[in-house]
Design a protein around this ligand. Structure first.
Ligand SMILES: [Cu+2]
Length: 507
């Protein structure tokens, strides 16, 4: 977050801003995509700094990784720091489909009427549930069905009236084209879709609504329909109302969500091969759960909502883990994030034992060697009768999703059904309600990476952990040192100190 000086009705004032690499984005009068295609050089500058933090892209994974830092930003600080970075294919290979005539970027988000920062801070402090959004938005607009006048806190169904969608990309990786009347998009995910304008001239609603996977009797969720309008050019008289998509599934309908996600496969061809890790050296089984914790609130012991991974509810340390790791500072985190749940029980039973409800709290991380091949099975639990989808997101990586299923994971029979031929590559995967999902990746990007549920309230309650991937021994395979111009951060005084050993590399 930053401040900027602005001109307001002739007076110079200071305003709140936020930035990436110390540049606060200003929307141009003409959109950048058009300016780029048409060579209009006056619209934008192409000097965005390559880095200001030790974030390392490998060329091969650029497409995948670049989305992670944007989408991982918490909703409380996201105003102004969200959007899309469009990576075009190289000119030789081009798109693996007919090049579209145009491109539109749609960002789906949430709208809160109140001061969401304030309300969330208060709820987190006293252990209560966080506020419900008042509307969903498409490019910041709620559309025609909301009386109310931004972040996203739910999975969404999305459709365009009378137009099929052809999904061709997911989280920056191509998939085999899927022709569908709707999609289910989870938080932090990106999808590339083709739409053919082949319907009668007219106006058609583009619509999104929540896919609610929580308990059916919990109906206090945002039931708005966010809309935009797809309007054909040409001479025709418009009907009174655009047509609403009949293919948009109903809020609590989970079958379409499952059937859609089960149709996603990687291209897996010569130009876009898959490379699923085969020499797995670390297997983890991670239970994602809702819990409660007791805490001290103004001198009174209270119990509040929490969530956990393998019964550890993440606590943000006073100094960030990246800095603590880089500078070898002890006492900030411990390297003992468990590979398995501490107790095995019937995770997805309708009733679970009382002892499963409490969790410990801590800052426990998992450390991997460079290039280690990892398999993780996430298991949803029904603790508190509160199972729902968890969009699990790993920063710095994409992973192959090799399997998923309903109920408890069976480590003998379920791996036999893994898709090792053309599994989709993602950086955010929806762990299905009362189910499991299995993924594999190679730890080839050294650094400190957050794993978290992308539902902001679960993230805030502790459904997070950190993976540290050690350096590979060369400069190219090591995390970069902080640049000399790294901006100081007032909340972490340690950044301001000049440490003599700041040139030391961690191995
Ligand atoms: Cu979650």
């Amino acid at each position: 977050m930053n401040s900027i000086t602005i001109d307001y009705e002739g007076n110079t004032r200071t305003g709140i801003a936020s930035s990436l690499n110390n540049i606060s984005w200003v929307n141009s009068s003409t959109d950048v995509l058009i300016a780029y295609y048409r060579n209009m050089s006056e619209i934008y500058d192409s000097d965005f700094p390559d880095y200001s933090t030790p974030y390392n892209f490998t060329a091969d994974e650029f497409l995948d990784n670049i989305t992670a830092p944007l989408q991982g930003t918490k909703m409380k600080t996201r105003a102004g720091v969200h959007g899309a970075i469009v990576v075009l294919p190289n000119e030789e290979t081009g798109f693996p489909f007919l090049e579209p005539d145009g491109e539109e970027i749609l960002v789906l988000g949430s709208w809160y009427v109140g001061d969401v920062n304030e309300e969330v801070a208060e709820d987190l402090e006293n252990g209560a549930d966080t506020p419900r959004s008042d509307s969903y938005t498409i490019n910041g607009q709620p559309g025609d069905f909301c009386a109310c006048s931004n972040a996203m806190n739910a999975e969404l169904y999305f459709a365009i009236a009378q137009h099929n969608l052809t999904v061709v990309g997911l989280d920056g990786s191509y998939v085999k084209p899927v022709i569908t009347g709707f999609v289910m998009i989870t938080l932090g995910q990106t999808m590339d879709m083709l739409v053919t304008a082949n319907q009668p001239l007219g106006r058609y609603y583009v619509a999104a609504r929540q896919y609610d996977s929580a308990r059916p009797d919990v109906t206090d969720y945002d039931q708005t329909n966010a809309t935009a309008i797809l309007e054909y050019r040409g001479n025709y008289t418009t009907s009174a109302d655009p047509i609403f998509p009949s293919t948009l599934p109903f809020y609590e309908d989970f079958v379409p969500a499952l059937s859609f996600t089960s149709r996603l496969w990687s291209l897996a061809n010569h130009d876009h091969p898959v490379n699923v890790p085969k020499n797995i050296t670390t297997r983890m089984y991670i239970a994602a759960s809702m819990n409660s914790v007791t805490f001290d609130y103004e001198g009174i012991t209270k119990s509040g909502l929490a969530s956990s991974l393998n019964n550890v509810s993440w606590i943000n340390p006073s100094t960030d883990v990246l800095l603590a790791y880089y500078r070898n500072m002890s006492g900030i985190y411990t390297p003992d994030f468990p590979e398995y749940p501490p107790i095995l029980f019937n995770f997805t039973a309708d009733e679970v034992p009382d002892y499963t409800m409490t969790t410990i709290q801590g800052t426990k991380v998992k450390i991997f060697d460079y290039n280690e091949e990892v398999e993780i099975v996430f298991q949803g639990t029904n603790v508190f009768d509160a199972s729902e989808d968890h969009p699990m997101h790993l920063h710095g990586y994409t992973f192959y999703v090799v399997g998923s299923g309903y109920g408890n994971f069976d480590d003998v029979t379920d791996p036999e059904g893994y898709n090792l031929v053309d599994p989709p590559k993602m950086n955010t995967v929806s762990l299905p309600k009362k189910g499991w999902v299995a993924l594999k990746f190679k730890a080839s990007n050294p650094g400190v990476w957050l794993w978290h549920c992308h539902l902001d309230r679960h993230l805030s309650w502790g459904m997070d952990t950190v993976f540290i991937v050690k350096n590979g021994g060369t400069r190219e395979t090591s995390i970069r040192e902080p640049p000399p111009y790294m901006p100081p951060c007032s909340s972490s005084a340690i950044r301001l100190q000049r440490l003599d050993n700041s040139g030391e590399k961690i191995n």
